[in-house]
Design a protein around this ligand. Sequence first.
Ligand SMILES: [Zn+2]
Length: 236
Amino acid sequence: MPITFTPLVPINIGSIYQGPLPQRLAQCTPDTKAAIEGVARDLAGMGFGIRLSDLFRSHEQQQQSHDDFVQGKKKAFSPPPGGSLHEAGRAMDIDLSSIGVTLPKFWEIARAHGFSPIIDTPDPHRSESWHFDCHGSHHAVYEYVKAGKAGTMLAPYTQMAQSAILAIGVILDVVPAQDVAYLQAGLLRLGFDPGRIDGVQGGRTTKALQAAGADLADPVTWLSEALRAKFPGEYL
Ligand SMILES: [Zn+2]
């Protein structure tokens, strides 16, 4: 049986460009789509709208975005591929001038639909005040790393982004074995203890698979089905 990856679905949403967000950007996970549409509905109910400037970035687009930042062509920081929830179809950049409400009010609305701001105060003058993440089940990875269970040298946000990128089946350059990293991330999302996502199958990953009751003959397929059963809102 093939692996069931988290799908990317198209979304029709206003943008800073002429008309809706362009097709190559206008893709996200089903739960992110529901979150965006919920936010848009709430704003519409108050007589306002929302325009996005960015949503999904392919691996290639993220590389370009990072290169532009490094070369000074783009002011806002953009990490290399493998570290952004944009690459997982789980982050949106909004046009702050489009929303009609104050940023603190928008935070309330966005949080009610499952979005997390990436900065810690609702200050519209700060960089990345426009960026909102839909962590979904990958939030468990963030908490796990933050609690120190994956060693101390890792950024919780980066491991969470890696988990989310693996979940849609996009290649993660930093791991030696894609399928092992997928297993580790999936085990973390299910609440097990495989250690950090490094794409190296050690004893801790194997123990976690056993603890989860995985089919050890085909753990990847087993895990993809377990994830779909536990987080149906992230699938179609
Ligand atoms: Zn962003």
